[in-house]
Design a protein around this ligand. Structure first.
Ligand code: ADP
Length: 259
């Protein structure tokens, strides 16, 4: 896909990184980090060199989901060495704070931290860097879209109206910032009871498809609400890594192929 043109004054590129894709959501808890982790592992499985920046400063979950821990090293005191697991090069704001420490950062600090993560982490040569954003439309989103040449954003939402309402605001922000919307993902789309096989639409079904059609953006996938997805993430090996041939993993792999 064509790259955005580098420019002196406009959005910057990150050295060695070909494409930057943001994963965003209007609300927290809709599965944005789950999608980011699985998408990253799926892209790596396709043979791409993949980085994942966990920029969700308020609830960093990538260290847990990708099964990495410990503070990243900085041998020269200037650059930071990322961590690596499941074929993904990863850095998280969460690795710079203590586990139970609440992050109370003001806007300018957040912007500085994000720029540092993008530019001072030794990402190496990457085909794609996935940025797992905090929910909503705050300082981190603004800094990323203003300062960096993004290829696009993937919007994750659950199907119910309250989540969609906020997802719409997020899409509107990206459009204002001229960031292409690569598509929407409906997460927790449907639930199949592991005991009886009954299918239930816990948060409704098809809400994201309808919204995507209305906004004229692709629907990239509908991911079921599934215990194995949650267990895999909690265990530090996303479902695409731990059960690559499962139907659940297939949904994420389909997104990776579409991007
Ligand atoms: P967000 O990044 O939007 O805050 P997370 O990805 O952290 O959301 O997901 C919140 C919780 O829901 C996590 O415990 C995660 O494992 C779980 N979860 C997310 N998507 C699914 C799914 N499709 N099926 C089951 N559990 C899920």
């Amino acid at each position: 896909k064509p790259r955005p043109k580098p420019s002196e004054t406009g959005p910057q590129r990150v050295a060695g990184v070909d494409h930057i894709i943001a994963v965003a959501s209007g609300k927290g808890g809709v599965g944005k980090s789950t999608v980011s982790a699985n998408l990253a592992v799926a892209l790596a499985a396709e043979g791409r060199r993949v980085g994942l920046l966990d920029a969700d400063v308020y609830g960093p979950s990538q260290p847990r989901m990708l099964g990495v821990s410990g503070r990243p090293a900085s041998p020269d005191g200037k650059t930071i060495l990322p961590l690596r697991n499941h074929g993904v090069t990863m850095m998280s704001m969460g690795l710079m704070t203590n586990d139970d420490q609440a992050v109370v950062w003001r806007g300018p600090m957040l912007m500085g931290a994000l720029q540092q993560m993008m530019n001072q982490v030794q990402w190496g040569a990457l085909d794609v860097l996935i940025v797992d954003l905090p929910p909503g439309t705050g300082d981190v989103q603004l800094t990323l879209t203003q300062k960096f040449a993004l290829d696009g954003a993937v919007i994750v939402s659950t199907p119910q109206d309250v989540a969609l309402l906020d997802a719409r605001k997020g899409i509107d922000m990206f459009r204002q910032m001229k960031t292409p919307i690569l598509g929407m993902i409906e997460n927790m789309s449907t639930h199949i009871c592991s005991n009886c096989g009954h299918e239930e639409h816990v948060f409704g079904h098809g809400g994201v498809a309808a919204e995507a059609a209305k906004l004229g953006v692709p629907l990239l996938a509908e991911i079921p609400l599934d215990l194995s997805i949650r267990l895999a993430s909690d265990g530090g090996a996303p479902i695409v890594a731990s059960q690559p041939d499962s139907a659940q993993a297939g949904a994420f792999r389909q997104v990776a192929r579409a991007l």
